[in-house]
Design a protein around this ligand. Structure first.
Ligand code: GRF
Length: 200
């Protein structure tokens, strides 16, 4: 989830993008604010393989951040529980190259406290979404999602203990696919991201 107070409207459409194939490992930056388990999962899975984590930053929301990440050579920015605002100026420096992990099945329960929102709503199915970041609040095109039935869950901790391993898996897979230049936009629906069938 991404802390975004009152902001510009989400973009209505995404341009069709083609992703140039890049040589592995892909330099990536990871922005964190929480306990860092998603960062650790990336270190344990894709780091020094498909990707190289070249920068980690926490709780900084500054135009200089984009400059610094670009100087470090980052080609992909991963928001792994990053709670600061990512503005248009930053996004324009990393076009279609910022991804986020969110603990709900978007578009349900965007923004802060997604699991608490879902519990308060009384849902029986929870989930995880990894998506490209656009200028809206958790509104960017979905890369990966997984649902999990938890009909008896009552507390955020119960839900998060199930969701966290799913987050770690989906986030690593998304980074891998991005590094392989295997994420493409469906020409008939720019909201729909498809992974090349041969991608791992
Ligand atoms: C995750 O639940 C993620 O979905 C949300 O923030 C949390 C970060 O957890 N955006 P961690 O710091 O990676 O453990």
């Amino acid at each position: 989830m991404r802390a975004s107070p009152a902001r510009a409207k989400p973009r209505q459409s995404c341009p069709r993008l083609s992703f140039a194939r890049v040589e592995a490992p892909l330099p990536i930056a990871v922005l964190v604010s929480g306990t860092g388990t998603n960062l650790q999962a990336l270190l344990d899975t894709v780091h020094s393989r498909e990707a190289e984590i070249v920068a980690v930053a926490a709780n900084v929301a500054d135009r200089a951040l984009a400059d610094w990440l670009l100087e470090r050579g980052a080609r992909l920015v991963v928001l792994a529980g990053y709670m600061e605002l990512i503005g248009d100026a930053f996004l324009s420096r990393f076009p279609r190259a910022v991804i986020n992990v969110h603990p709900s099945l978007l578009p349900a329960f965007p923004g802060l406290h997604a699991v608490e929102q879902a519990l308060a709503y009384g849902v029986k199915v929870f989930g995880v979404t990894v998506h490209f970041v656009d200028s809206g609040i958790d509104t960017g095109p979905v890369i990966a999602q997984r649902a999990v039935e938890l009909p008896h869950a009552r507390t955020p901790d119960e839900v998060l203990s199930v969701l966290h391993p799913i987050e770690h898996e989906l986030l690593a897979r998304a980074v891998r696919l991005f590094a392989q230049a295997a994420l493409e936009t469906d020409p008939e629906n720019p909201r729909r991201i498809v992974a090349a069938p041969s991608a791992g």
